[in-house]
Design a protein around this ligand. Structure first.
Ligand code: NAD
Length: 386
């Protein structure tokens, strides 16, 4: 346990990102200490205005419950204002960014001001992009309220919004910027209100991090899973810290995704193509779950997998998490169309599909130019239960 003044938190991580520095605090009861944390860790001064971009949450639960705690903690100083956002992929859009900019304008937030996002990955991504553009960039603080937001979306400086594709699908994160937060506040107490489906979706990214990190991380994931699924409040901070730490250490070594950071996209070329089919109604983490299975199968078909049991192990862990490993009955995939979407993915080069595939736990590779049959084997792995 560490402390700042009378604040206590359980885990602290630092992340240098070029000229930026991000402090990540993980613990319990942190939102109620927000002003002191912003002063101590993000350089907030008494005159600075703070604008909040807050996830409404289902039935207003995030804004009404966690937003109130945050707003009360931030009262005083240069003033607090807020914009409420809807956490829908269809609303993760340029108009949402414009709403935040209008909120900043109406509140008179200047270059010394600070934008604080409270919400899941969608709201963190929208707010981050808004902060990157307002007055050519203002300080950003992220307070993720989902498991996925804590271990992934809030870490590493990627921000952005979706754009419609020419065929009517949704192009994920096609517009964005690198704009790292000065401070990330992971108050694990907020996870108590997160819906079960959304909580489980976050576990897909946690498993992905463990797969990338190695056997020790996989064993820790497997060992922690029962208490994490119970949402044991004392187990969550350590679990979040371990998973967030995998991402932070990779971003520290490769902030701009010139190399190693691409490994974090394990399963994501498949996942993003699935998310483009909005009719499937998949959460990002659910699409990642399917993408991990597809990646294991494609790795086997490409002759990469040294460990033939990996797909079985991954599938079984995802099932223990309550995550999908096959598409819902009736969800028809057209591999030809999906390959076209994959070729548009940001990871692709000159329209050539790039996949991030496992050789074994802890040995992940970026592979380009695989035959269509290998790419499609991933689709067939999730199309039917086998
Ligand atoms: N920038 C990055 O590096 C990065 C990384 C991974 C994912 N992402 C993005 O993150 C998004 C997914 O984020 P997510 O999984 O956090 O989902 P989300 O933001 O869609 O939120 C899921 C649902 O949970 C609700 N919610 C949030 N916090 C809650 C709480 N504490 N209690 C009750 N309900 C709560 C939201 O209102 C929403 O309905 C995707 O758009 C994905 O592209 C970004």
């Amino acid at each position: 346990m560490q402390s700042i003044g009378d604040q206590s938190f359980m885990h602290r991580q630092e992340l240098e990102f070029e000229q930026h520095r991000t402090t990540i605090l993980i613990g319990r009861g942190l939102l109620g200490q927000a002003r002191d944390l912003l002063v101590a860790e993000a350089g907030l001064t008494a005159d600075d205005r703070v604008h909040l971009a807050v996830d409404s949450g289902p039935d207003g639960i995030v804004v009404d419950r966690h937003g109130r705690v945050l707003e009360a903690a931030l009262e005083g100083g240069g003033g607090v204002s807020s914009t409420t956002l809807e956490a829908l992929e269809s609303a993760k859009s340029v108009p949402a960014v414009e709403r935040v900019w209008d909120g900043l304008r109406d509140a008179g937030v200047d270059r010394q001001g600070m934008l604080v996002a409270l919400g899941g990955g969608i709201v963190c991504d929208i707010a981050g992009y808004a902060a990157s553009g307002w007055m050519r960039g203002i300080d950003l603080v992220l307070a993720p309220t989902t498991l996925l937001g804590m271990v992934d979306a809030a870490i590493g400086g990627k921000t952005g919004v979706n754009r419609p594709l020419a065929d009517g699908g949704l192009g994920k994160n096609l517009v964005g910027a690198f704009w790292p937060a000065r401070l990330v506040i992971c108050d694990c107490d907020v996870l108590a209100t997160l819906g079960s489906r959304e909580f489980r979706a976050g576990l897909a990214e946690c498993l992905k991090h463990a797969l990338i990190d190695g056997e020790e991380a996989m064993n820790a994931f497997e060992g922690d899973l029962p208490s994490v699924l119970e949402r044991d409040a004392d187990a969550l901070p350590g679990f979040v810290a371990r998973s967030a730490g995998v991402k932070a250490s990779i971003v520290r070594r490769d902030p701009r995704e010139a190399g190693e950071r691409a490994l974090l996209n394990l399963g994501h070329t498949y996942a993003h193509a699935l998310e483009s089919r909005v009719e499937f109604g998949l959460l990002h983490g659910e699409a990642v779950s399917l993408g991990l299975v597809a990646a294991c199968r494609a790795a086997r078909e490409a002759g990469l997998l040294a460990d033939g049991g990996l797909e079985v192990r991954v599938r079984s862990l995802l099932q223990q998490c309550g995550l999908p490993t096959t598409l819902p009955a009736g969800a028809a995939l057209d591999p030809h169309v999906l390959r076209q979407v994959m070729a548009l993915d940001k990871k692709s080069r000159s329209g050539r599909i790039r996949l991030v595939l496992p050789r074994e736990v802890g040995r992940i590779e970026v592979v380009e130019g695989l035959p269509d049959e290998v790419v499609d084997s991933g689709w067939s792995a999730i199309s039917k239960a086998d």
